[in-house]
Design a protein around this ligand. Structure first.
Ligand code: ZN
Length: 290
């Protein structure tokens, strides 16, 4: 009897070990330079990712501006998903090549808010994020992507890439409920006061608009339904782009947290196994986690 009990105990502990191994993917958050409060937002990204139970997160912090960028060489291929909270100086040719190869060969990538301001001159990065803003981006960099008459539309008007009005609460509208990231989310949900990026533009190849927000001209916005959540395929890799998340306060919105968790899982595996939590915001109800 004692022997049987020990055997069962050993079996249970083996099962628990194998489950936790199966569940924990390696995620890398990149920061170190950003015109946003990256020291405040990175801990919230780590917390959101780890609280899903799916990820063990490492943070790679680049040298400060003006530092030795050649020394910044994260080993992307050690990770299932790389999350960028970085908007700063160009990476070395070696690091750029390693990043491109990582995504092309099936690695996952997540671009958070101003990470899509980064690297305006780096063609492959812009394909991986789909669209970006600022940094001199114009019509030379690709179309605007707007939601018009029920579908994502590439608009080749001349003009700047990237702008925003004043910060406010806004409704995020799911535009593709069949995608694993957005499947099961409410059709509309209220996002906490954030900076609503508009006029993003870029190659927009293999890009699916998952959710949009209306950039209200009364708040200084473009007057268009602008992409907030996007999924991009690049080689064998997958990229999830969230334009949300200007500040730590914005990242406490359950809508931000949950779409980050689901986007990171999809980027890593192509699937989403997470359930939508009961505290997900509603069309006129904010939901904040502290
Ligand atoms: Zn911002």
């Amino acid at each position: 009897m004692k022997h049987l009990f020990l055997t069962i105990l050993a079996g249970v502990s083996l099962l628990a070990t194998s489950l936790s191994h199966a569940a924990q993917m390696k995620a890398l958050v990149i920061d170190g330079q950003n015109n946003h409060n990256w020291k405040g937002t990175t801990p919230l990204l780590v917390k959101a990712l780890e609280s899903s139970g799916l990820f063990k997160v490492t943070v790679a912090t680049s040298p400060a501006k003006g530092g030795d960028m050649a020394s910044f060489k994260p080993k992307f291929s050690d990770f299932e998903v790389v999350i960028s909270n970085y908007n700063g100086e160009p990476w070395s040719a070696e690091t750029k090549a390693a990043f491109e190869a990582y995504v092309k060969n099936g690695g996952g990538f997540v671009s958070v808010h101003a990470a899509d301001n980064s690297f305006p001159e780096w063609k492959e990065y812009n394909k991986i994020i789909g669209v970006g803003g600022w940094g001199g981006r114009t019509e030379k960099d690709g179309p605007y992507v707007r939601f018009i008459d029920g579908k994502a539309t590439k608009v080749m008007d001349a003009g700047r890439g990237g702008s925003h009005g004043q910060q406010h609460d806004f409704v995020v509208e799911v535009r593709d409920a069949s995608h694993p990231i957005t499947a099961g989310l409410p059709a509309k949900w209220l996002h906490v006061k954030d900076e609503l990026y508009d006029r993003l533009r870029g190659p927009a190849e293999n890009l699916t608009v998952l959710a949009t927000a209306f950039a209200n001209p009364a708040k200084g916005g473009s007057g268009h339904h602008e992409p907030m959540l996007m999924a991009i395929e690049y080689g064998k890799g997958r990229s999830f782009h969230t334009a949300l998340g200007h500040s730590p306060e914005c990242m406490k919105c359950v809508g931000f947290i949950v779409t980050l968790q689901r986007g990171a899982e999809w980027a890593a595996t192509g699937k989403v196994t997470q359930k939508v939590p009961a505290d997900f915001p509603g069309a006129d109800k904010l939901s904040i986690r502290d």
